[in-house]
Design a protein around this ligand. Sequence first.
Ligand SMILES: Cc1cc2nc3c(=O)[nH]c(=O)nc-3n(C[C@H](O)[C@H](O)[C@H](O)COP(=O)(O)OP(=O)(O)OC[C@H]3O[C@@H](n4cnc5c(N)ncnc54)[C@H](O)[C@@H]3O)c2cc1C
Length: 507
Amino acid sequence: MGELGGFLRVHRVNFDKRDPRERVRDYKQYFHTQPEAELREQGGRCMDCGVPFCHEGCPLGNLIPDWNDAVYRGEWRQAIEIAHETNNFPEFTGLICPAPCESACVLDINDDPVTIEQIELAIAERAWASGWIVPAPPRERTERSVGVIGSGPAGLAVADELNKLGHAVTVYERDEGVGGLMRFGVPDAKLEKWIIDRRADLLAAEGVEFRCGVDVGRDVSAAQLRERHDALVVAIGSRVHRDLEVPGRELEGVHFAMDYLYQRNRAVARMEGRPAPEPQIPISAANKHVIVVGGGDTGMDCMSNSLREGALDVRMLDVYPELPPTGRHETTPWPLAPKRTRTTYALDEGGERQWNAEVVAVQGDGRVQRVLARRVEGSSSRDLRPVPDSEFELPADLVLIAIGFSHPEHEGPIDELALDKDARGNVKAPVYATSSDGVFACGDARIGQSLVVTAIAEGRKCARMVDRFLGGSEPLPPPEDPDAHFIEHQAETAGSVTMSHPLPAES
Ligand SMILES: Cc1cc2nc3c(=O)[nH]c(=O)nc-3n(C[C@H](O)[C@H](O)[C@H](O)COP(=O)(O)OP(=O)(O)OC[C@H]3O[C@@H](n4cnc5c(N)ncnc54)[C@H](O)[C@@H]3O)c2cc1C
């Protein structure tokens, strides 16, 4: 383990965040990891608990005390091996995971938890920079093929796992680039997109075939794909928006958050010289009063983008009450992830959040001009009660609806393959196999909207079931060179992600 009693001597040091006044003028990552010496000290705070609750808190079951100890000893190469044992993409989770592992850290009972997420990111970035993460294709192929629909974290993880087992994997993605919501929802300030490209190029060099610009159900039918492959995985995410059902919803200037975020992520891509379609109906926050409806990650990402575009002001309306910023709510005792009011990056950059505020109407003359709202009481959507005579009005030129997603799109693969659905409209696949033989489902499409870490875990477990279905339960021999992960990276050997179709017009 790390330093005996290190947690008594060393205090937690968080990510180093850039000055909000500076970072709001660009689209670069808004935080950095601490220098190596500090990270090693932080790793030494891990107590190597007899029962490491952090394993349990992480959907991937990451071997956190082991990598903390490796980092404390300066054994970074060993640390990335440990990280890759349970997580295909530690650089993604190191950047944007809300870190349920830290909430489950035993130190969180009466102190600050170990900086697990920051250490994970540092391990991954050091491994990439040192050339330790290189293509390691399987030595033998099984002559079985798998089609994966969707290239979000679930689709990427299932593809990576099945390819490693020797199956030929093709990923079909309707957007122009891979990554799902990590590319088109999450802003570059949280996750710069070259980080996704870097990993996708590695998977391609290992043999995964990516076909971007293929909308399954439109460009090719799911039935055709089922015939083409020995197994099919549906990893299409949960993309049906919850709508704001109030008078005035139809006014110009009222949009779903994801329509705005797709446009912003594509605009940043173009700024950086990557091809991306121009919007047919541009949505801009520049010089506008912006109201964001909904207080989650999606809303925060809308806020940060609006501020970067030069909005006059950005106000988020959240129906729920403010929770204490520290301590734990009685419904989420340790080691559960706590309900806690967090000051997130977008609020630091100048956005405002209003609690207990429910939108009752959107008004304007063809175009939105104001939002009518009222105060509500209650702590869940089931017991919200309006406060009498509490209505108020806010100026609004742009309203972004960020109140979540209800289930995956049914038109397309789900309807074509006549897959059974659960009560919430997700694909019914209790152990990843759906109601159609040889068709599997994972990620948000199976469990509803979740997290990147959960989606990766879903992809990994689904791959085991697909492999079993294909009869490949015997472990395949390891790659030829047992040290293959650590060969100097030869850029020219890396494959690339191909576009099967020209860029689609954005709707
Ligand atoms: C704005 C926003 C911010 C978020 N921020 C965070 C965060 O900070 N941390 C975190 O952990 N989680 C975050 N999340 C949640 C997280 O991104 C998702 O839970 C995760 O991406 C789900 O992964 P997935 O692979 O199941 O689905 P998705 O990421 O949705 O990927 C599904 C893919 O399938 C493709 N697809 C769909 N239908 C078809 C079809 N018919 N043919 C071909 N391709 C198709 C889609 O284009 C997409 O690429 C955020 C979500 C949003 C919306």
